[in-house]
Write a protein that binds this ligand. Structure first.
Ligand code: F58
Length: 660
């Protein structure tokens, strides 16, 4: 409470800067920012200055939205993520506010084109990739970070009192340049002059660690690992202190027991797991809260999303390192583990044999570790996977014992959307000749845009009438990019620096895309939804969200590939016992690659069995267009707005807070 007995939030004005859609007023406002911004001289009005002034103008008209949330004091959700993979913030903001035309007209009056101005933005999501014949291999990160940004957009679209907490890395992953000698890595100074940052100098919280220069410090060395742990703790501690301080600031005072009815925290994977012991620690240390009350507050506040079932990808931290850096938190974690073990022994002795894999602290020498996913599963009120198959696997195989804690975990599907057509269409349009023509010309326009960009980046020209077959993924063995490369190596292009902006061009411009991970390995996959939603047909395995996409759009418009999850163990055994004979062309292709003589060899037969069908379909233009339209129509359920609406209702229990 503020000193005068009124809560500080009551002093907040209703809105900062009213949103105008009048181009003349907008032009005046942009001019005002040109004159007053702190980065450039007021006498220059080149695209770069115009970009900043436009961004500042848009930013100011958004400010009022936050203030309504503060004034009405509804329950809030905070999304904790070590990664946010943003796209073009200006395009996004203008689009979401529905003021594209007004800003385009205003900029026109000032002698600029909106399309050119938005290109000025420093793309904050530059991720290194290599495209080999439009197979994009991302050595950086993928769906997890992108989904975090899509979710923030959807929270805004749905007027939810919700936001994200992340780190302000000085450098992004790195800019990539592919040369004949290999990959060159260049520091990405993405923060230089960001018009979107608002610094709050009065909000300062003490966190002991202060080093957070880069996203993903190398983890080959102990010091790199330590830095990552410090970053994680920094995110959790500073964010929770900020949340707690806002909570205490609310009208009418506070009691700790009502914290979970005011605040929901969602952990994006295990990277922010330290929020669990920190949310116990802060009120116990600062306000003398007892263990039981702190545990109750924590478990009713925190929910966790798991993004992988691969054991090697489940985060583990060395116990000695944690004891050294965070002794109080380790004491708390140890206590939680003891509680968990006792609970299983008391209530489910039949599951005791599972405890060695389910408990939080793995004491086995030589490397005693803390299993972060287990800590999340034990402490969170809800755990969710990211696709039906993935959630099922989590429940059935990885975290069996969690069902002790309330309702079965993993009930939410998680999806992403970016770029694309955005028409409201129905399946009845799929056979309509006029609609098919419009569809074909929209696809052709996207293909031309992509071709022109590829030509700028690589100097290669691509015939827009050819079939654009594209695969975009983080590099991982289970995603089987290699399989695709084997069939594509003689048709290769170099397309570097894959990022959200490139995706916005690439995905709408594609017609066929590969999602062929070994069934049972991919938690969900997100680009599969983006491609399908953009009328691109999928070659895919029955893995992750492919299963649901195929269900939604219809099996006849999904090119099924490979074995089912339940067949994979048998095939692996076969392979181990040398009973499995791969297609001889597979071996041949591998040998050929080893020989280093790519150019003259014909790789086409390798994928012929599959491609024959595809080319036959592609040549039948009407059939292909119908399938493409039906693919988009069927993808409604994968739009992140819908996912977030479901999270808001089923996990966070928050309501829409409409800005008048
Ligand atoms: C991805 N994970 C999953 N991780 O692989 C994909 O199946 C899922 O659809 C997607 O999350 C969204 O749920 C992912 O992108 C990472 O980027 C890790 C970050 C930390 C280091 C290791 C990769």
């Amino acid at each position: 409470m503020a000193e005068n007995g009124k809560s500080s939030t009551e002093k907040v004005p209703a809105a900062a800067h009213p949103l105008t859609e009048n181009p003349t007023e907008i032009a005046t406002d942009i001019n005002y920012h040109v004159k007053l911004n702190t980065h450039f001289s007021p006498f220059k009005f080149e695209p770069e200055q115009a970009f900043f002034a436009t961004a500042e103008s848009v930013r100011n008209s958004m400010g009022g939205h936050f203030l309504y949330f503060v004034r009405d004091n509804p329950k809030h959700t905070y999304y904790f993520s070590m990664e946010f993979l943003q796209g073009r913030a200006l395009t996004n903001a203008i689009g979401n506010l529905g003021i594209e035309n007004a800003y385009a007209e205003a900029l026109n009056k000032l002698g600029h084109e909106l399309e050119e101005i938005v290109e000025q933005v420093i793309n904050s999501s530059k991720k290194p990739v290599l495209v080999l014949n439009c197979i994009i291999l991302m050595t950086g990160n993928g769906g997890l970070g992108r989904i975090a940004s899509c979710f923030l957009d959807s929270m805004a679209t749905l007027n939810l009192p919700a936001g994200g907490y992340g780190l302000r890395y000085k450098y992004g992953l790195f800019k990539q340049r592919n040369t004949k000698q290999g990959q060159e890595e260049i520091a990405e100074d993405w923060l230089e002059f960001s018009p979107w940052e608002v610094v709050r100098y009065d909000l300062v919280y003490p966190v002991r660690f202060f080093i957070y220069a880069v996203l993903y410090p190398g983890d080959a060395t102990e010091s790199g690992k330590l830095l990552r742990l410090k970053q994680q703790f920094f995110l959790c501690s500073a964010s929770l202190q900020d949340i707690i301080s806002r909570f205490k600031d609310q009208r009418g005072g506070y009691t700790w027991s009502e914290f979970p009815s005011k605040i929901a925290v969602q952990l994006n994977d295990t990277h922010p797991t330290l929020a669990i012991p920190e949310l116990m620690c802060l009120p116990m240390e600062d306000e003398g809260l007892g263990w039981d009350e702190a545990w109750d507050v924590t478990t009713r506040t925190i929910a966790y999303t798991n993004h992988t079932v691969l054991p090697e990808a489940l985060e583990k931290w060395s116990q000695p390192v944690m004891w050294k850096l965070l002794p109080c938190h380790m004491e708390i974690i140890e206590e939680i583990d003891i509680m968990f073990l006792a609970m299983v022994k008391d209530t489910r002795p039949d599951l005791e044999y599972k405890l060695p894999s389910m408990c939080i602290l793995d004491h086995n020498p030589p490397k005693p570790v803390v299993r972060m996913a287990n800590l999340c599963v034990v402490s969170a009120h809800t755990v969710n996977g990211v696709a039906q198959l993935h959630s099922y696997t989590l429940k059935a195989e990885l975290f069996v014992v969690t069902s002790l804690y309330g309702p079965p975990s993993s009930k939410i599907r998680l999806t992403a959307l970016l770029g694309g057509f955005g028409f409201a269409i129905q399946s009845s349009f799929a056979d309509d000749a006029n609609f098919q023509d419009e569809w074909a010309s929209a696809k052709m326009a996207s293909k031309r845009r992509l071709a022109s960009n590829i030509s700028c980046v690589t100097g290669e020209s691509i015939d827009p009438n050819s079939l654009y077959d594209i695969q975009v993924k983080r590099i991982h063995e289970y995603k089987r990019q290699l399989l695709n490369i084997l069939g594509a190596i003689d048709r290769w292009y170099l397309f570097q620096n894959y990022n959200v902006s490139v995706a916005e061009m690439l995905i709408p411009g594609s017609e066929l895309s590969q999602h062929i991970s070994t069934a049972g390995m991919e938690a969900s996959g997100t680009s599969n939804m983006k491609f399908a939603l953009n009328g691109c047909l999928i070659i895919g395995t029955l893995d992750g969200a492919n299963v649901e996409i195929r269900e939604e759009i219809g099996e006849e418009i999904f090119f099924l590939f490979g074995a089912r999850a339940d067949e994979v163990p048998r095939l692996r055994k076969y392979q181990e016992n040398r009973l499995f004979e791969p297609d001889p062309r597979f071996e041949e292709a591998k040998q050929y690659i080893r020989s280093g003589a790519f150019g003259s060899y014909d790789y086409k037969p390798l994928l012929d069995s599959l491609e024959d069908v595809i080319y036959r379909y592609f040549r039948d233009r009407k059939r292909w267009l119908k399938m493409s339209i039906l693919s988009t129509v069927g993808c409604g359920k994968f739009i992140s707005d819908q996912t977030i609406a479901q999270y808001a209702k089923e996990i966070w229990n928050i309501q829409e807070c409409r800005v008048p």
